[in-house]
Write a protein that binds this ligand. Sequence first.
Ligand SMILES: [Zn+2]
Length: 283
Amino acid sequence: MALAVNGGTIGDFSAYRGHLSWAEVKEMYDAGWDILNHSFHHFTKPGSNFLTEVTENTTSIKQNLNFTMSHFIVPGGEGDPNYRYEYEKNALANGHFSVASYTGVGPILKVDSKVELDKMITARTFVLSSKDTTDFKTMDRFLKTVDSIAKFPTPIWYNEFTHGTGNGNLWNLSMRFPEFKYYMTTLANKYGLKGNDSIWMAPWQEVYEYIWLRDRIKIDLQQKNKEVIVTIELPEIPEIFRNRDISLNIETSSKFEIESNKDLIIKDDGKTNHKLIYLKLKQ
Ligand SMILES: [Zn+2]
């Protein structure tokens, strides 16, 4: 999953408060969560400096956690109806590959052919708790949507969003934790490794980077009698990418070895895991 953060509200707090500390954001990042830019102060009102809201947040995360965010989530709130365009423009002009906004492409994107990833603006889809009391039926309705999407005959990329999770339903835009847990557990059991293994769940940036590389990597196959040589030619990968992984889906019981390239690590040789060869590219 991904977390969209406002650097202006992260600090070093006592245990009893509503905001994440730097140590906690770092812990989530290290555990594989994406950390996405959500503006420095969550400003939305007229007169806000939408440029520095974007750039100060990038600087703040770089200074405190030493990585560069590369995807932007427009903060919601009161303002001029067009403030989102200011955010979209400034984020794309200042190092962000995509912006999640109110309108745009998605939430269902076909990925069986090359995906248009350049300066991407997406529409976000909310998952929310019921208004008043914990009610798993509300979650079941959202799960029904996912179920119909999971049955698509072609591979698709689907993204969901909520404003937060915790004890309550913050601003009626969030998920109470028991409902969040129910939602995630149901998805894992039904579509995960222990279920029918039909969904790969990963945070936004990870999927974006995977598809980016998939669409630009060049793979050449040459067969000589019983031997097949797979040549992989890599594109110039942007330095701020966090993931440099690619998988080859292959049907054979033969073994593999790396011929020459020192920049590739085979993380899985395809014998135990879905006939996938999983390759990690060194930074
Ligand atoms: Zn927000």
